[in-house]
Structure formats: C-alpha cells, structure tokens
Design a protein around this ligand. Sequence first.
Ligand SMILES: *[C@@H]1O[C@H](CO)[C@@H](O)[C@H](O)[C@H]1NC(C)=O
Length: 427
Amino acid sequence: MDSQQRVRWLWLRTLILTAVVAIVGGKARASPTAAGGGGSGFGLENSLLSEERRQNEAVFRFYENVLDILQCRVPEEQQIINARQADGGDAHLAARQPVQDQNWKSPRGLGQISGVSVDPQGRPVVFHRGDHVWDYHAFDSRHRYRRAKAGPIAANTVLTLNPASGEIEDGWASETFYMPHGVHVDTWGNYWLTDVALHQVFKYPRRERFGMGELEPSLVLGERFVPGSDGQHFCQPTAVAVMPETGEIVIADGYCNDRILVLDPQGKMIGQLPPKGNEDYLRLSVPHSLTIMKRGDICVADREHQRIVCFNLARALRPQESSNKEQIMLPWLPLTVHRPGVCRIFGVTSHDDMLYAVNGPTTSNNPVMGFTLNPDSKSILSTWGPTFDSFSNPHEIAACPNGTALYVSEIGPNIVWKFRLLTNWKM
Ligand SMILES: *[C@@H]1O[C@H](CO)[C@@H](O)[C@H](O)[C@H]1NC(C)=O
C-alpha cells in the first residue's frame, strides 16, 4: 500500500469503528466500574487475563479518543438553554458571571504563562517559562528533558501582580526552573510549584515581605530530572492543591502517569486515584488542573477526556487497620461533568461550589472559551470570554478567595486576563 492508500484505509477503518463505538461505546462509558480485581483465577490465568485486558484497554482508549473528538463537535447550545431553564433561581445566585476587567493590564514580556493562582491577600501569582518553550524537541520519547545542560530559566519565574492594575509587585525563582507548569498558593500563603522538566514538586514557604530575594524550598518531592511512576517519582506533574484545613497535598501527575496522588502534610503518600489495585475504576487522561471546592471536594480537569472529575477525599480514603501502611482509596461514586462541546479542559477553579473552567484547541475550529458549570446538575450555566477579543491558548484559571475576580493565563500569546465575577447578572 502506498501512503495515500494507507491513509484512506485508516480513515475507512476509523469510520467503521466509530459507528460501532457510537453504539457500543455509550454503554461502556456509562459503567466505569472495575471489571477485574476480584477474579478467582490462578496466577497464570490472571496474567493471561491481564494481557488480554491490556489489549482491550488499548483498543478501548482508541475508541474513547474518537468518541471524545466527536463529542467536541456536538454543539451544546440547546443544552445550555435547557440547563438555564431547569436550574431555577438558586444556581443563578451562586454562579457569578465573569466579565472582563478593562482596567487590568497584563504584564508584557513574559514567557508562556503556564500557571496562575491567587494568594490569601487576593493578589494573582503567575508562573511563567521565560525564554524556555515546551516544543516537540524538549523531551525524548521517555519523557526525559533534553535541554538540562542549557541551564535553568534566568528570569524570575514566579511573579506577584497587583490585583487592580496587573503591575508586577514581586518576583523570584530565577535560575531555578526549567519548564514551569503549575502554581498553587495555599491558604497559609505557601507556594507549590511543579516543573515538568525536573519531574518535581516544590513547596516554598510564605514570603514574609516582598523583595526579599530567593527562598529555599521547604519540601521537594520527586527526583531531579528523573521521570518515574512509583511513590518517589513523578512524570511531568501538572498541578498541586492543598486541603485548606487539614493540609493534605493533592498532586496531579500528570502527562504520563495519569494519576492523582494524595500525600499527608509532611509529604508521605497516603492514596492515589485511580485507587491502587482498582486501576480500571476511573481512568484519567492528562489530569491537568485541580481545584478544591468549598465543601471539600477535589475536582480535576481530566483534559484529554474532556471532562471534570470530582471526588471527596474523606469518603475516598480509608485508613488501614495497622498504622504506617498506606491508606486505601476505595471505589466511591465519582462525580463527572462531561458535556458535549466543552472539548479539552485545560484549567478549572471554583468559588462557592461553582466550577469555572477554560478549554483549549481540540478540533481544528472549536470555540475556545470559559465555562461556568454547576457540578450538581452537571450543566453549563454560561460560557464567557474576553469582551472584544477571544482566548487563544488558555492554560490555567484561578479565582480570588473572596470571589470577586477570576484570572486566566495563556501560553501564546503570553498574557493574563482578569475577569470580575458579577453577582447581579441576569441570564
Ligand atoms: C476582594 O479581594 C480583592 C483583592 O485583595 C480586594 O481588592 C477587594 O476589595 C476584596 N473585595 C471584597 C468585597 O472583600
């Protein structure tokens, strides 16, 4: 077969498979419960079974991707209208409408602004890549960073901005990071940063005052430049969130491991999602962003699955009888928000138990925009974006703790948008 024929054959096969998947896939999707795990078999039978399961899984993943692309093309408008009608008044009160703040000026001259968070004082904090760019050649096929010898980013990579004007008020973390990804400022004011080239997660203590120069991290997780999938290694970790009262550390890991890890405040592993030994239960595909809702649920932007997955830590974690063992994460009822037309979700944040998310380019021409979602009705309450402009490659979103503002960062053009969250907004 020449290459043209091959492409045609591939397309034909994809079309046929897609038709089959459209019929069968819906059913498979509806029941994400574990198929295996409780088998009666002997060792050999189990290994044969698991080989078969691995193959099935690969096929299933392929179908799932096809389905997701199709989902992205389905317009959601009718459903938005239905949701607005069905939701009644209560949801409208809680959901605030993001409207672009025209007084805000994004700082200029930054690299890809991969991360944004808001500190306890309400100041936006961004994490950017300076002159480093994540392109096709940045990593080898085993996720190892190729440009370590070229050194870290010389510029200050963590910047605190004035919430009213966007001016840079503080900057640090120069000569430290190689490929910044996520930033999270916890309720105590500590900074949590992930670097996908270093494959590490860093905690930096709260800055007592601005302009105090470089800080030393107070906790470093993972091995420098070494990807891995065990308890001591990460692979391109994307995001961190810290439980506001109890301090458990939640890590999205990341581009290659497709898992969420839960650590105690000292950094000791206590659980993971999908639950260990129950990997089929709720598979993720590039968990990319995290938020913790007011009621304590953790929500994950499951990017390539084009959905948001939420779970309750207290309900998911069960301590083992004997202490100093890992706690186990049991199957629980996950909440998934998966709506046609939303496409790949890059960033998610929350305020008052409402979710705010940004999507990104998925098909050749899907609209790139913000979404306000009600996790309980699993509906889209509104879509939004810049007033006289549009998003190009939004990457992360963060809400001000007092619920008055949202910030969206982009990775090309490299800008930060500010939105006011207006309450008296009529649908
Ligand atoms: C919310 O936080 C911002 C940023 O700190 C502050 O400017 C604003 O006054 C606060 N608004 C309310 C209503 O507390």
